[in-house]
Design a protein around this ligand. Sequence first.
Ligand code: ADP
Length: 425
Amino acid sequence: MVKICCIGAGYVGGPTMAVIALKCPSIEVAVVDISITRINAWNSDQLPIYEPGLEDVVKQCRGKNLFFSTDVEKHVSEADIIFVSVNTPTKTRGLGAGKAADLTYWESAARMIADVSKSNKIVVEKSTVPVKTAEAIEKILTHNSKGINFQILSNPEFLAEGTAIQDLLKPDRVLIGGRETPDGQKAIQALKDVYAHWVPEDRILATNLWSAELSKLAANAFLAQRISSVNAMSALCEATGADVTQVSHAVGKDSRIGPKFLNASVGFGGSCFQKDILNLVYICECNGLPEVANYWKQVIKVNDYQKNRFVNRVVSSMFNTVSGKKIAVLGFAFKKDTGDTRETPAIDVCKGLLGDKARLSIYDPQVNEFKTLDYQRIYDNMRKPAFVFDGRNIVNAEKLREIGFIVYSIGKPLDPWLEDMPAVA
Ligand code: ADP
């Protein structure tokens, strides 16, 4: 029986291992974490993260071939395959601060693996890490190996929060990077065998280590770039009277471009896009490629610009001050169907409003219900003029205007009220 251990019971480790356990009854999967509260939550009825379908999968496997434990060393020493999905935040101080990934957690996990291992292991990099991390980890492991053979693989996770279980059950592709040596190829095959339980073979791609690591950063950078592209267009639409929804629909009809990820909004968030791009920028700079670094940096700059623009619209339309004004923030997570608020653009928007001394009430129901609120009743209870600022273009602006609201929708022809209140970003 193959034993898998995953270090890190977070947004990546938890759902990924639950699906492996579901699809591979012959494999025993242990998810370990140093956080006792996290592990307790995974073992309870109130899982620590929300994902549609996750609870079902966990309930089917937990206690059978899926275990959550804080006994990190025991499970690591018993495992044949070890996934590492610990957090890799952006460094806040020292060399590469604000850009490079902080590999402290990764390094301590690697040293612990080397310490407790008594048999050969395949160590799989699952957290998104800078290119060539695998090489560094390999050095830590082999220099402390006591004769044990460690094979390093990179198996980046492409799941999207909010659809994690669906993405894991039907992935577009599974990427496995490894050494081009016979032992490296054997390790790739062992991990392929795990995924082959449910993923069609032509979707499992084998590459070298660095291609796998870079592909993950590149994929996230491309996705974020699309969002910044349409958001840049939204500013131009507001200035010219075009409607960004119509523009992106027309653009997306081009089959070379495609319709996905073309919704204008207040900006991208989440724990990955910004972090991964900053990482990419740092790697480019370290490799003497400042033009490439600046190109990708601009994706983040446009995202920051979009958040500022939104705050400025709110403040300028309410007579250039929100001081003491009560503002309800509907929705706080970075997108629907997730409870994750890491790096959500709502944080920057709220900070901007608080900076102008607004009074905020924040509400997030975990799933979107804002299309169907009783806006008439809400309007009746509000001070006039009453405003709605829609950062996701989900409300029916026409209906709301009929009720009497002044409505701002991103990238749409402006409400006459707003035309008289120019917002400077
Ligand atoms: P991600 O979104 O990448 O899954 P999270 O922050 O949600 O990131 O999860 C990472 C988890 O890894 C956290 O629960 C953290 O406690 C855990 N972790 C970090 N370092 C270690 C370690 N050395 N051993 C075990 N667990 C660790």
